[in-house]
Design a protein around this ligand. Structure first.
Ligand code: 6R9
Length: 657
């Protein structure tokens, strides 16, 4: 490092507040801090601003229907189609030749779809789905990697009013079957495989394995991504994507008029129990909210090239690769592979080549970039960037500052956006042209969002004190329920802090947080049994049940331990059954069992065999203690345990090596 570098590092390290750069503010979509007051005074009608970003078949008559809270409804009486809003209207407005999707395959090939071409493909696939018998309200499962056919399929579903349920391609065969069964989904779109670090990965075998456990008839469409790199044969009830679509190119399919509250899609996410939750999002509120936050928070405009590096298999990809940006008519970049292939500068090469204006990624990726070193971004001209964003987990100030300096060149604001699968879109973040940024703190709640930090009794805590994050007013992008499980919807999100007798409903996202004197919120992480590994939500119960399914395992406790890049890593503490040895072989079987049940993202970092788990006198596993062991933290008082002696044993195994 040069002396200047050292000085700069030192200055950055000290600095805890950053004003948005003047060059950004001059062009920002929102610059008036009056927006906060305006939304507060005019709530819920303020949300008409979001609805105004959409084209309606029929205007809505009520902004918010709260008669049956917490089953809120937004923009009731209105009708519209999401695919029309993301495609046709831009074409009608003369943007036919503007690029909608710029796709980068991992091996280096690219595909560009203009709005006109994307519309044509979507219509052809919508016609195909109809030919196969898909009707309005049928749930279509999309188990697809990052290929253009995934957004095409999503928008085709939206066009004919068939909700999609995207299952992350990295999830296992079991995970696919569970989700298809839970949604009674009879249609599946998948692919033969995809490229990862130069290898052709087989996806179709995993698909077929999953289909064996689906308890009803299914029709499957297979995208041939790998060509000659993988031979696959189609089984009964399976069709080749291209063959079917080719027959339908040039077909026009009218967008189906949907009620505002009709389901747009389902997205399964991890919760406290072993069963994933089917989060239901509806058409108008979700689309209005993702479009509005894309405009106000991501500062997107139609002329922008924008890149969100998430996978579409997660909510971030739904809201901020597809629906929000396309509703605004922006060019959205989509990349198939990993950031380190063929080299660790792949992201910056893509950003430079496409002259990306706005870039959105996860802290886990930033920590990896940081570890690899600044020489990789330095190989590229990143001066097209105007705004950076992060999502998925808390970002530590060091990673924030690295991102600010080495990717943004100290000229791009960073939006640290807190939100969830359930919230549909951003909830807590700075507005990049309005607020100062404080690294490590997401920022204030968005205008119109009533976030408060409370104690266990539901009383607001003082500035600086830790408590529980709550949202005390509904918002348009909120989940409407858990699919076919209204009771669980109430139990999971509304039981804790609401007062049903007074008809007062408080949403509990199950995150801990604190707030400062400027109302900036620092999110501290989950307070339920959900881990956040590389920004991905994993239920400890799901992992535990996979482990106890392995022969020779009697009991298991899974916790998260601090990890330099992943944020959190999975630690599994396992008690063997009598007659079984806690050896390398069993450990491998356990890892395999987890990968089979969930996917490689849930792979335990370490499997620790122990004769007992530390338990309280009432028999509860002391998870916090296991977390401290996994994180290498100082261990607190263990005297309240029934079996304090096991703690040292376990700690020695984990921390000793
Ligand atoms: C969008 C998404 C949601 C959970 C959430 C929280 C964590 C997300 C965050 C953040 C701190 C941020 N989280 N963004 N924590 N700062 N900016 O990630 O959805 O996969 O449902 O995860 O992620 O714990 O509750 P999802």
């Amino acid at each position: 490092m040069t002396e200047d570098d050292v000085n700069l590092e030192a200055r950055l390290e000290e600095q805890d507040t950053f004003e948005p750069p003047e060059s950004f503010v001059e062009q920002a979509n929102v610059t008036d801090e009056g927006i906060y007051e305006e939304f507060e005074e005019n709530w819920p009608e303020c949300w008409e601003q979001a609805a105004d970003l959409l084209s309606w078949d029929q205007e809505y008559d009520t902004v918010l229907e709260d008669g049956n809270a917490p089953f809120y409804e937004w923009f009731t009486g209105g009708t519209l189609n999401a695919s029309y809003n993301c495609l046709d209207r831009h074409v009608e407005d003369g943007a036919e030749d503007r690029t909608a999707i710029e796709w980068e395959g991992e091996p280096g090939e690219t595909r560009t779809y203009t709005y006109g071409e994307l519309l044509e493909e979507v219509e052809a696939f919508a016609a195909t789905l109809r030919d196969l018998g898909v009707e309005e309200d049928d749930v279509v499962t999309l188990y697809m990697p990052m290929v253009p056919e995934l957004p095409i399929a999503m928008l085709a579903c939206a066009r004919i009013g068939a909700p999609h349920s995207v299952v992350f391609a990295g999830f296992s065969a079991d995970a696919l079957a569970t989700r298809m069964n839970s949604a009674s989904s009879e249609y599946l779109v998948t692919a033969d495989g995809y490229y990862r670090r130069g290898d052709a990965l087989d996806h179709i075998s995993k698909t077929n394995e999953g289909l064996e456990d689906v308890d009803h008839e299914t029709t499957t469409i297979v995208v041939d991504r790998l060509g000659d790199d993988l031979d696959h044969t189609l089984e009964d009830g399976q069709h080749d994507y291209e063959e079917l679509v080719d027959d339908n190119r040039g077909e026009s399919v009218e967008p189906v008029t949907r009620d505002a509250e009709d389901m747009l899609f389902l997205m399964y996410t991890s919760g406290t129990t072993g069963q994933p939750k089917g989060v239901k999002h509806t058409t108008a509120g979700y689309l209005a909210y993702t479009a509005w936050t894309s405009q106000t928070v991501l500062d997107l405009e139609p002329g922008d090239t924008y890149w969100c590096s998430a996978d579409i298999g997660w909510i971030t990809g739904h809201s901020y690769i597809i629906y929000g940006p396309l509703a605004l008519g922006t060019t959205t970049v989509m990349y198939e592979g990993t950031p380190d292939y063929p080299d660790k500068d792949r992201f910056w090469e893509i950003a430079e080549k496409n002259e990306v204006d706005v870039f959105y990624t996860a802290p886990t990726a930033i920590r990896a970039f940081m570890k690899w070193g600044k020489e990789y971004p330095e190989r590229h001209d990143l001066s097209s960037l105007r705004l950076l964003g992060t999502v998925g987990e808390p970002i530590n100030p060091r990673a924030w500052k690295w991102y600010y300096k080495h990717i943004g060149g100290e000229e791009c604001p960073i939006v640290d956006t807190w939100w969830q699968t359930e919230t549909g879109g951003h909830m807590i973040t700075t507005l990049p042209g309005v607020n100062a940024m404080k690294p490590g703190s997401a920022g204030p709640a968005l205008p119109g969002v009533d976030a408060r930090i409370v104690d266990a009794q539901g009383e607001e805590v003082e500035a600086g004190e830790a408590g529980y994050l709550t949202v005390q007013k509904p918002w348009p992008g909120m989940l409407r329920t858990l699919y076919q499980n209204d009771d669980r919807f109430i139990d999971e999100y509304w039981r804790e802090y609401s007062d049903p007798d007074a008809d007062e409903w408080v949403y509990f996202p199950e995150d801990g947080a604190k707030i400062d004197e400027d109302d900036y919120i620092t999110v501290l992480g989950r307070v339920d049994d959900v881990l956040n590994v590389s920004g991905h939500r994993l239920g400890t119960m799901e992992i535990e049940s996979a482990i106890v399914g392995v022969e020779g395992v009697a009991e298991a406790a899974v916790v998260g331990g601090d990890h330099e890049v992943k944020g959190e890593a999975v630690y599994a503490y396992v008690i063997t059954e009598d007659g079984y040895e806690g050896d390398e072989e069993l450990s491998e079987k356990i890892v395999e069992g987890v990968v089979d049940a969930i996917g490689p993202i849930a792979k335990p970092e370490e499997v620790v065999f122990t004769p007992e788990l530390p338990k309280t006198r009432s028999g509860k596993i002391m998870r916090r203690l296991l977390e401290d062991i996994a994180s290498g933290n100082e261990l607190g008082n263990t005297s309240t345990l029934r079996n304090p002696e096991v703690v040292d044993d376990i700690a020695e195994q984990v921390q000793g090596d």
